[in-house]
Design a protein around this ligand. Structure first.
Ligand SMILES: Cc1cc2nc3c(=O)[nH]c(=O)nc-3n(C[C@H](O)[C@H](O)[C@H](O)COP(=O)(O)OP(=O)(O)OC[C@H]3O[C@@H](n4cnc5c(N)ncnc54)[C@H](O)[C@@H]3O)c2cc1C
Length: 422
């Protein structure tokens, strides 16, 4: 595909990409990339349109890598979010391996998270203990249908309640803590596996440095208005998968005439390194706007302190995600006040990315829509497939279910009553 030259007002070249033989995918994050791999597995060609210089450098790269088992969604009293996370988590590894081949989970995953209850938080230790038991039952029930390959290990391990403050936490900040089987995969390793799988797949083309600026229905399909270094052009496409994360709903609005609202946040990924006198373990502080600690096997330590790392919240994605050393240092300092063993670590890498969720109120409020996630949601009309994985955890499952529906084939994984399609 060679974009033509032309003035910025009028696209100069119209490229007929669209046939049912080739699907246009907007966005080369985990959502778009796994959709392309799921299509290729069924013999269908696709073209990923990615505005960045490389695929897999957005939220899918700049995250914590936690493959959620639902423990953190204690404030969704319906249990629906936890159940969706369990489904995503128990299908995650099998799907990734079906597309990438065998991968080394052990060398790239954290140990199990300890959930530490902050006394001033939005739920107490008893309430959280009950939620964790419910999650364990969900995992037990779901694993009989979905199997038990959770990052190359088992998720069927009962959470254990420990009375008193966690040994890594300062003073008497926390109530009880719970050890859990939940773990995190280093997202950079995951992105490497996926990038290699795409590069070696003859059915997937990747165009980088191209931005889908707009979309118009054209009767039989959609005209995608493309901006590129070589000038603007248009792709006429019969079938489009919209996997553009923070731009997804705006493009949906143009393609479908309507789209729901969302909450857009920027959160920064901060990685630190250095020697500590005690062994660090993965920690999630609950329940509210606190933080996380994830030591990965390669020596990088992910630190998150929500009041510093979350730099934007609004109803449109209208801010920049540029790396900001001040934010990164403040994030490490904020978490080090709670976990003093982090003092002396050095920030080694950082960068911001979007989180798209529901509602408009931040997570310090118990009734915030952000305490729940609709996962694996696909809005489909007339060749336009808008895919919202919701989380890293649920993105592979969303792609697999969407592509199975699009191609009229059986999904590799069978979810009882998925609430996926609108
Ligand atoms: C700091 C942080 C921590 C997180 N931690 C976790 C976690 O522990 N567990 C978890 O499950 N989830 C986590 N998440 C959420 C998770 O990262 C996202 O749900 C997931 O990565 C979204 O994948 P995606 O492919 O939809 O988006 P992205 O990876 O952002 O990919 C979208 C791609 O689309 C491209 N694009 C956008 N608009 C256009 C356009 N108009 N034209 C062309 N290309 C376009 C972008 O450049 C980008 O490459 C976290 C997110 C952040 C920011």
């Amino acid at each position: 595909m060679t974009p033509g030259t032309g003035d910025a007002e009028r696209p100069a070249v119209v490229i007929r990409s669209g046939s049912t033989e080739e699907v246009s995918i907007i966005g080369g994050g985990i959502q778009g990339v796994t959709a392309a791999l799921a299509l290729a597995e069924r013999g269908i060609r696709s073209r990923i349109l990615e505005r960045g210089e490389r695929i897999l450098r957005g939220a899918s790269y700049r995250n914590e890598g936690k493959v959620h088992l639902g423990f953190v969604y204690a404030l969704d009293n319906t249990g629906a979010t936890a159940r969706r996370m369990v489904e995503g988590a128990l299908t995650f590894s099998d799907l990734i391996e079906s597309w990438c081949g065998e991968v080394d989970w052990a060398s790239n995953c954290s140990e199990g998270f300890d959930y530490c209850v902050v006394d001033a938080g939005l739920a107490d230790s008893d309430a959280l203990g009950r939620h964790y038991e419910e999650v364990a039952s969900m995992i037990e029930a779901a694993s009989s249908e979905l199997g038990d390959n959770y990052l190359g290990s088992s998720a069927r391990v009962e959470p254990v309640r420990h009375h008193g403050s966690h040994p890594l936490l300062a003073g008497d900040l926390s109530g009880d803590w719970f050890s859990t089987p939940e773990r995190s995969v280093d997202p950079r390793a995951l992105c490497d596996w996926l990038t290699r799988a795409i590069a070696s797949n003859p059915l997937v083309e990747v165009d980088t440095g191209v931005v889908v600026n707009g979309v118009e229905p054209n009767g039989s399909g959609f005209s995608l208005e493309i901006g590129s270094g070589a000038g603007p052009y248009v792709i006429e496409a019969d079938t489009v998968l919209n996997c553009s994360w923070e731009n997804r709903l705006e493009l949906d609005r143009q393609a479908l005439g309507e789209a729901p609202t969302a909450c857009y946040r920027i959160k920064h990924q901060v990685l630190a390194r250095g020697a500590t006198t005690v062994e660090l373990v993965p920690i999630t502080l609950v329940q509210g706007p606190y933080g996380d600690l994830v030591p990965w096997p390669n020596g990088d330590i992910y630190v998150s302190w929500y009041p510093a790392a979350r730099t934007f919240i609004g109803d449109t994605p209208s801010a920049g995600t540029d790396p900001d050393r001040g934010v990164a240092e403040a994030t490490l300092e904020g978490l080090a006040e709670i976990i003093p063993s982090l003092e002396g670590l050095e920030v080694v890498d950082f960068g911001g990315a979007w989180i798209v969720g529901e509602g408009s109120v931040d997570i310090d409020e118990a009734d915030s829509g952000l305490h729940a996630r609709r996962a694996a949601e696909v809005d489909q009309r007339g060749g336009w497939w808008s895919v919202n994985g919701g989380k890293l955890t649920t993105a592979p499952l969303a792609s697999e279910l969407c592509v199975a529906e699009l191609t009229g084939t059986e999904p590799r994984v069978s979810i009882p009553d998925p609430e996926t399609f609108r």
